[in-house]
Design a protein around this ligand. Structure first.
Ligand code: M6R
Length: 614
């Protein structure tokens, strides 16, 4: 949570920091601030509320300075307020810190610092860092911010990505990372730190991800990396192939809508060139797992959070069905506490858009500790998950800015289909001919998704009918059960309507008690082996006066006869791939309901895009 950005270079920092913060707003938006070293003074501006409030405040103000830091906050310690907004300063206001993460031992540190005469101004955990750096910097004859930060972070327990600037070393920015994401951007005579790539993408595409326990020293002359003992290390830059325009709204009202409409392209990019039609092999982006290791896998665990967890649930259905490998799906936050049975014949597939979700990373590390093989399905190049895993398959969707995950999810599903086919192929469960047939059906998917997007007016009309409802039930069966969960999650997170996803067959074991004239039920009835069963479930709802909004396959007249209230006809598609086409309609439905209710679709309350704390 929280986004940090820092700048050292030959240009004025204010505009660069403000632009960077706007790109990071998806990470938290309850308060924001910047600090710039300007004419031997530290100019600090902070605001409660969104970045637009801060922008209004600093817009007309001329703040000259080439070294600065900025922060957008998602509160953990201390309520959202101007006083708790970052940057936080020391007693003498000679240095400031911006921080993303949680300092777990801040109370002990604060007690000690208070006893030493330090005066605290906020309720945050972060402020201890400013006072620690002050404690080390103040007595130094020759002020060395790098050294002071290094000594300070040795005291910290928890997770952090920090950036520090000080009047005592005014041409320097020092940053450090421990379990919270941080990248360094290398420009021409200018250097950046940021929580995520979009913050700096319009100024440079050359980045170096900072690794755990590394410290970075930036001046306008260069960026230098150190380990926690201040031994210099050499890091190789990488080039990001994201287009800065992808990080803009491009005429859409919200990023979420733009990202929904990008899906034909993002699915295509994700699977393009992924399969060798000659050998039937899947092309990984990075792979330290040999084919023999892949063949030897006896069990797969999908671990992930939120939407990515739903992708994992679909993964279990597909891999067990197509490749016949037993699978489990775990919420990453539960995985390491339940002592799963892991060995080198186990493969952990971590699914994560950001590659920085703390729970998912912890699960990945736990798996490695037990000698299991690991694979990451991830969207962000160079993120922690991609560095930690033995193998990586990227979803190539470009930056996903809307807090509600859309295009990353469908790309994850596409990759999971490809993986299931690949596992079946290497284990000789299916013939090469069948492998190619299956892959070809996957390649037809982007065109189908385009067709589904053309249903937007119909979906919007249905949203108009239902947007004032208080509760929703979503039902699906088999591979579409996780899609019902995902539909419900999408609706609740952006519209704040209570929505529950259920396996349709499970309805009679409890949720049926909720059915009355006020309860709309979204039913995924697009066919497959469970089609007849789903129709029976619809009849059970209708018999109790419930309202049914059904997704069915074009040409299905039978479903009309049982009297559903609203019907959206979907293109013909294999059941496996209906997970993707159905998802797109549910995304559009959630979007239009939320928009009609006047909700802040891209930045729903209380949420943050990447949850980098436990
Ligand atoms: O970056 P990750 O995929 O690891 O994020 C996982 C979840 O936090 C994320 O999917 C979350 O549930 C989204 N808000 C869903 O729209």
């Amino acid at each position: 949570m929280c986004g940090i950005v820092g700048y050292v270079g030959r240009y004025n920092a204010k505009g660069i920091l403000m632009n960077g913060l706007k790109k990071l707003e998806y990470r938290g938006y309850d308060s924001a601030g910047i600090a710039i070293i300007s004419h031997r003074a530290l100019v600090i501006r902070r605001c409660k509320g969104k970045i637009s409030c801060l922008e209004e405040r600093v817009l007309k103000e001329y703040i000259e300075g080439n070294v600065g830091v900025g922060h957008t906050r998602w509160a953990t310690h201390g309520r959202p307020s101007e006083g708790n907004a970052h940057p936080h300063s020391d007693c003498a206001s000679r240095l400031v810190v911006v921080h993303n993460g949680i300092i777990e031992n801040y109370l002990q540190l604060k007690k000690r610092l208070l006893a030493g005469g330090h005066v605290f101004k906020s309720e945050t955990d972060t402020e201890v860092i400013a006072h620690l750096v002050e404690q080390y910097l103040k007595p130094m004859k020759k002020k060395d911010l790098l050294k002071a930060v290094q000594l300070s972070i040795k005291q910290l327990k928890g997770s952090y990505a920090i950036a520090v600037i000080s009047l005592d070393d005014p041409h320097t920015l020092v940053a450090a990372r421990h379990f919270s994401p941080l990248i360094v951007g290398l420009g021409r005579d200018e250097y950046f730190v940021a929580s995520d790539i979009p913050a700096i993408l319009d100024r440079t595409k050359t980045v170096i991800p900072v690794q755990d326990n590394e410290i970075v020293h930036l001046t306008s002359l260069g960026a230098h990396f150190y380990d926690h003992n201040l031994r210099k290390i050499t890091r190789k830059p990488m080039t990001i192939d994201w287009d800065p325009v992808t990080a803009e709204k491009g005429g859409y009202k919200h990023f979420m809508l733009k990202e929904i409409f990008e899906q034909p392209m993002t699915i295509q990019e994700t699977i393009r060139g992924r399969f060798s039609l000659e050998s039937g092999d899947l092309i990984f982006d990075e792979n330290n797992l040999s084919k023999t290791a892949m063949k030897g896998i006896r069990k797969i665990y999908f671990v992930a959070c939120g939407t990515a967890y739903h992708a994992g649930m679909v993964g279990k259905y597909l891999v067990e069905d197509i490749a016949k490998i037993p699978c489990e799906v775990d919420l990453a936050s539960e995985f390491r506490y339940r002592k799963p049975l892991l060995d080198k014949e186990t493969l952990i597939i971590a699914i994560t858009q950001s590659g920085e979700t703390a729970d998912t990373l912890a699960a990945l590390r736990e798996a490695k500790r037990h000698g299991a093989r690991t694979l990451a399905i991830c969207n962000v190049t160079g993120s922690s998950a991609t560095r930690d895993a033995d193998g990586v398959v990227y979803t190539r969707t470009g930056p996903e800015i809307g807090v509600a995950s859309t295009k990353a999810f469908t790309a994850q599903l596409a990759i999971i289909c490809a993986l299931a086919i690949y596992f079946a192929h290497v284990r000789a469960i299916i013939t090469k001919k069948r492998t190619i047939e299956l892959m070809e059906s996957l390649y037809r998917l982007p065109r189908l998704v385009k067709k589904v997007l053309a249903l937007e007016p119909a979906v919007k009309a249905v949203a108009q009918k239902y947007f004032k409802q208080r509760d929703f039930l979503y039902l699906g069966r088999n591979v579409n059960y996780p899609i019902a969960l995902e539909g419900a999650l999408k609706l609740k997170e952006i519209s704040y309507i209570h929505a529950e996803g259920y396996a349709a067959g499970e309805m009679k074991h409890g949720p049926i008690a909720l059915i009355d004239e006020q309860m709309p039920v979204v039913v995924l009835a697009t066919g497959g082996v469970v089609y007849d069963k789903v129709l029976s479930n619809i009849q059970e709802i209708k018999a109790r006066g419930g309202m049914v909004l059904a997704l069915a396959t074009e040409g299905d007249h039978h479903i009309k006869k049982i009297g559903v209230d609203d019907l959206i006809y979907m293109p013909q598609v294999a059941e496996v791939l209906s997970t993707i086409t159905n998802t797109v309609v549910l995304q559009l439905f959630a979007y239009h309901v939320a928009n009609l209710r006047g909700c802040d679709v891209d930045q729903p309350r209380n949420l943050a895009k990447s949850v980098v704390v436990e």
